[in-house]
Design a protein around this ligand. Structure first.
Ligand code: NAI
Length: 339
């Protein structure tokens, strides 16, 4: 009989880690959040206050030594993911890690090899695969609803923040394609049935945040990806939208098209008056994908407990980084990059 609950230790209690902590403590029936870790005292104080009966560690290594933990969730800075996945696997824990796996392709490949040899299991999360609308579209495509899909347009665009707060993490984010378009890259590969990328080209502009120039980064980037079988994808990433967080995707096929999230509406209210017809927009990725984060965590927990496959593999995460790194290279060189 399969085990009833998975005992989890969560590392990272920042912007997203707190949401994970609350989800794992309250919304994932077969998960038991038993421990958290953060090097930041204020974050540990929040955990003691908000999460009740969990052990709170000041170091990741101390948490890993806790024998009551079966699996680790990593919602830590991206630069730590590769090493922490390996440490957790070596400690005999299963691992869920937030995207991206790493900003460095060699690190990604090393982790993939490490995971393949380990008795424990690892999954890198790409939350959009667990969103109900994207899943509906995937089922429609799978059933032949648009014929043969051959083109994806996908964008991840964030609300402009006049305070420029994101500039604090911009230097370690890997740039706009590794931070934002990595989601669209994963979606394109998933919805087109895992084609292999052949060549990419990207360009971009700094429309609102001049400090990005010194980092070789942009606040608006566009990209083209050609796949070996002749199919293609276009990506747009932005940090400067005036209306809200606007993530949407079109998949075009020989017999139709499916569009996901075209109007990034916050709810189902539409206001009509002398100024026209309008709706409000989700302010950030979390309002858009909150239920999908829960579904994703449930999927990981169920797959580990029931010993069933993960819906996405470490190789998917490696490939997303491979393509995003090439896009960054193209942005810097101004040339197409062959993969
Ligand atoms: P953040 O900077 O707000 O939080 C990072 C957390 O890690 C902080 O709590 C920090 O104290 C903690 N930390 C640092 N070193 C640590 C260590 N050695 N052990 C344990 N904890 C440590 O970052 P944020 O925005 O929460 O992002 C975390 C990850 O989530 C990133 O990899 C990012 O790419 C990903 N992310 C994914 C999103 C999605 O749409 N799927 C959206 C936002 C972030």
């Amino acid at each position: 009989m399969s085990k009833q609950t998975l005992r989890i230790g969560l590392a990272g209690l920042g912007r997203l880690g707190r949401r994970y902590a609350e989800n794992l403590a309250r919304a994932v029936p077969r998960a038991e959040l038993v421990a958290v870790s953060s090097p930041v005292e204020a974050e540990r104080a929040w955990a003691s206050e908000a999460l009740g009966d969990v052990r709170v560690y000041d170091s990741f290594e101390a948490m890993l030594a806790d024998e009551a933990i079966d699996a680790v969730f990593l919602v830590t800075p991206t630069s730590l993911h590769a090493t922490q996945i390996e440490q957790a696997l070596d400690a005999g824990k299963h691992v869920f890690c937030e995207k991206p796996l790493s900003l460095d392709l060699d690190d990604c490949r090393r982790v993939a090899k490490h995971a393949a040899k380990s008795a424990s299991r690892a999954m890198v999360g790409f939350v959009r695969r667990f969103d109900e609308s994207y899943r509906h579209a995937a089922r429609h495509i799978e059933a032949g609803g648009i014929g043969r899909p051959f083109m994806v347009y996908s964008q991840t665009t964030d609300l402009a923040d006049p305070s420029g707060a994101f500039l604090e993490f911009a230097p370690t984010s890997g740039g706009i394609f590794l931070d934002c378009s990595v989601h669209d890259i994963d979606l394109a590969r998933w919805l087109l049935g895992r084609p292999v990328a052949k060549r990419v080209y990207s360009t971009g502009t700094v429309a609102m945040y001049p400090p990005l120039e010194a980092l070789g980064d942009v606040d608006n980037g566009v990209a083209i990806c050609e796949f070996a079988d002749g199919r293609m994808a276009m990506f747009y990433a932005s940090r400067t939208q005036a209306h809200g967080h606007d993530t949407h995707t079109d998949v075009v096929g020989t017999a139709g098209k499916v569009s996901i999230g075209r109007n990034p509406r916050a709810d189902r209210v539409e206001i009509s008056d002398a100024a026209g017809v309008r709706n409000t927009v989700v302010p950030s990725f979390y309002e858009r994908f909150a239920p999908a984060f829960v579904t994703q965590a449930r999927h990981f927990v169920d797959a580990v407990l029931d010993e069933t496959p993960f819906e996405l593999t470490i190789d998917d995460a490696v490939e997303a980084t491979r393509i995003a790194v090439a896009l960054r290279e193209s942005l810097r060189s101004g040339q197409p990059v062959d993969l």
